[in-house]
Design a protein around this ligand. Sequence first.
Ligand SMILES: O=C(CO)[C@H](O)[C@H](O)COP(=O)(O)O
Length: 223
Amino acid sequence: MSVIVAPSILAADYLNLADQIQLVEKAGAKYLHIDIMDGDFVPSISYGPEWVKQIKASGSQLALDVHLMVNHPEKIVDVFAKAGADIIGVHVEATAHIHRVLQMIKNAGSRAEVVINPGTPVSSILPILYMVDQVLVMTVNPGFGGQKFLPQEITKVAELNQYKKDHDLHFDIEIDGGVNDKTVIDAYKAGVTVAVAGSYVYDKLDPAAKVQKLIEVTDFAVD
Ligand SMILES: O=C(CO)[C@H](O)[C@H](O)COP(=O)(O)O
C-alpha cells in the first residue's frame, strides 16, 4: 500500500503542460490536482474551467482533482463538473451552504470533497462527513505554492482517520501544501490516502522520479 500521488500543476511548466502531465502519469500518479483561485478567497488568480476541459480532452487517465479556492463555490461547481472534474473540493470557509454545494457536486456526477484551512477545526465538518468522498486538510494556508508544511495539521488527519473507523465511513483523506518525501511519511502513517505535491514534483529536475519517491517512501512506511 502507498499514498495516491496528486501532482499539482500549479508548479508545472505551462508551456509544456501535456508533457508534464504524461511524465507524472507514467510514473504512477493517479490524480492531477488543479487549483482554481479567484483572487478573493485567496489572493492569487489561476485558471478556469477551460483548463479542466482541455486536460480532460488530452487523453490523460488521471482523475482530475479540482480544488476550488473561491468564495461562493455553489455558483460554479456545475461548470467544473461539466468541464470534466472527477473530484471537486470546496472550502467549508467559503460558503454558508456547505451541505447544499456538496449535494450539487454529487448530483452533477463528480466526487465531493470538503476542504479545511489550517485555522479550521475538524469539528466544523463533522455534520457533513457522511456525504463526502474526500476531505482535504490544508497543510499550508492556501493560495501559493512552495510554502512550508505545517506539521500540526497531522493531528487533524489522525482525528479524521479515527472518525472514519468509529463511524464506518470510507472517505479519502488528502493533504496539500509543503508535501515532500519527508513530510508525507508521518501524514501517511496518520491516515492520509492522497498527497498533493506541487513544487516538490515539478521542480524542473525530474518529476517522474519525485512521484516514484513519494510512492516508495509511503510503501515502506510501517509503524
Ligand atoms: O493549494 C495549493 C496552494 O494553495 C497547491 O495545491 C499548491 O500547488 C501546493 O504547492 P506545494 O506542493 O508547492 O506546497
